[in-house]
Design a protein around this ligand. Structure first.
Ligand code: IYR
Length: 222
C-alpha cells in the first residue's frame, strides 16, 4: 500500500427522509426473514452468487484498511467430507466433555448435536480466515489491527448479501478449528474464524421458534 493515499471525490447517494425510511423499512423486513438454517438441500446455485456476496463482504471497513480476511470456498465433495469428519470429532468432544452444563442448557432449545450432515449436503462451505498479518508489496510482514471486529463486520455483510440473493446460511464454529488450516492449506498466521454453510433449505426445513428482542430492549436513544 502507498504511504501517501490519493483522495477522490466521494460517490454518495443523498436521499430524502421519506426515501430513507422506505429503504430502511424494506431492508428491515427482508433481513427479518433471515433465519439460521441447519437442514440444507443438496441443490447447487450459481457460483457467481457466492463470488458477488464475497465481493460485498470484502467491502467491509477494516482496521487501517488491511482487509484482514480470506474466504476459502469449498465445493469439493472430498474436502467437505474431510471437514465434516474433523468437525464432528471436535463437536463430540464439545458435547460430551468440553461444554459446561450451563452451555448445553442454553443450546438445548436449538436442538443441535455433534452430527453435522450439512457440512456435506450444502453446496458451499465458505471458510472464513482471519489474517493476523498481511504482507506488504515488498513482502514484509505487516501487523493487522482490529481483526476480530473487521472480520465480524465482513461476515455480517456476507450473510446479509447471501440472504438478499436468496441463499440460506448457517454460522458454524466447531471449536477448536485448527484442522481447517491443515485441510485447506492456509498458513498458521491465519486463524479460522467461522464456517459459513451456504445453500438452499431442504424442502420442509424447520427452524426453532425464537423471538427477536424488540427495539426498546436492544437500543437506547439518549
Ligand atoms: N459449535 C457447536 C455448539 C454450538 C454453540 C453455539 I453458542 C450455538 O449457537 C450453536 C451451536 C455446534 O455447532 O453444534
Amino acid at each position: 500500500m502507498d504511504e501517501a493515499t490519493d483522495f477522490l471525490p466521494l460517490d454518495f447517494e443523498y436521499l430524502d427522509g421519506a426515501e430513507m425510511q422506505r429503504r430502511a423499512a424494506a431492508f428491515r423486513e427482508r433481513m427479518g426473514l433471515r433465519r439460521t438454517v441447519r437442514d440444507f438441500a443438496s441443490a447447487s446455485l450459481p457460483r457467481q452468487v457466492i463470488e458477488d456476496a464475497i465481493r460485498t463482504a470484502g467491502s467491509a471497513p477494516s482496521g487501517a484498511n488491511m482487509q484482514p480476511w480470506h474466504f476459502c470456498v469449498v465445493e469439493s465433495a472430498e474436502i467437505k467430507r474431510q471437514i465434516r469428519i474433523a468437525a464432528e470429532e471436535e463437536e463430540r468432544e464439545f458435547y460430551q466433555r468440553r461444554a459446561s452444563a450451563e452451555w448445553l442448557e442454553a443450546l438445548a432449545p436449538l436442538g443441535t448435536d455433534a452430527d453435522k450432515p450439512f457440512l456435506e449436503t450444502a453446496p458451499y462451505l465458505i471458510v472464513i480466515f482471519l489474517k493476523k498479518f498481511s504482507s506488504s508489496e515488498s513482502g514484509e510482514k505487516l501487523k493487522n489491527y482490529y481483526t476480530a471486529e473487521s472480520v465480524g463486520i465482513a461476515t455480517g455483510l456476507l450473510i446479509a448479501a447471501l440472504h438478499n440473493a436468496g441463499v440460506a446460511t448457517l454460522t458454524h464454529t466447531p471449536s477448536p478449528m485448527k484442522f481447517l488450516n491443515e485441510i485447506l492449506g492456509r498458513p498458521v498466521t491465519e486463524k479460522p474464524y467461522m464456517i459459513l454453510v451456504a445453500g438452499l433449505p431442504a424442502q420442509g426445513a424447520q427452524v426453532p421458534a425464537i423471538k427477536r428482542k424488540p427495539l426498546e430492549e436492544i437500543a437506547d436513544f439518549v
